[in-house]
Ligand binder design. Structure first.
Ligand code: 5GP
Length: 120
């Protein structure tokens, strides 16, 4: 079973405005901001505004509007960052085996260079 949502996780604090962030996009459904420890020239995190731990949690419990809004936000940020032509990578960790650190769903958006083959 998915762990219960922890209101004190760092992205919950960012959503509440308790911790500063470098926002690149925000709407009703999602917030996108620069990763504090970038692994590529462009490394942005996109998170839904709702309290969801992971992709499986969100896809099971999120409303159609939340899911559509979040996915649209990811694509919007990729376009806005000029990543469509050069290309980019999306990655979402979930749970222990993936080393998910922050228990609020987030999609990593990497770009700004040739990324090389995906690593497992
Ligand atoms: P995960 O391993 O959970 O998929 O990724 C968590 C990401 O959140 C990491 O890339 C990490 O650098 C980033 N991160 C952790 N704490 C903060 C923070 O306070 N602010 C920002 N902007 N990113 C953070």
């Amino acid at each position: 079973a998915t762990q219960p949502y922890d209101d004190q996780n760092i992205f919950a604090k960012i959503l509440r405005g308790e911790i500063p962030n470098r926002t690149v996009f925000e709407d009703e459904w999602a917030l996108a901001f620069h990763d504090i420890n970038p692994q590529a020239p462009i490394h942005i995190l996109v998170i839904p505004k709702g309290a969801y731990v992971s992709w499986d949690d969100f896809s099971a419990k999120g409303s159609e509007a939340e899911i559509a809004g979040f996915i649209r936000a990811v694509g919007h940020v990729a376009r806005e960052q000029g990543l469509v032509a050069p290309g980019y990578r999306l990655l979402a960790n979930a749970g222990i085996n993936s080393h998910q650190e922050v228990p609020h769903l987030h999609v990593h958006l990497f770009g700004g260079k040739a990324l090389g083959p995906m690593l497992m």
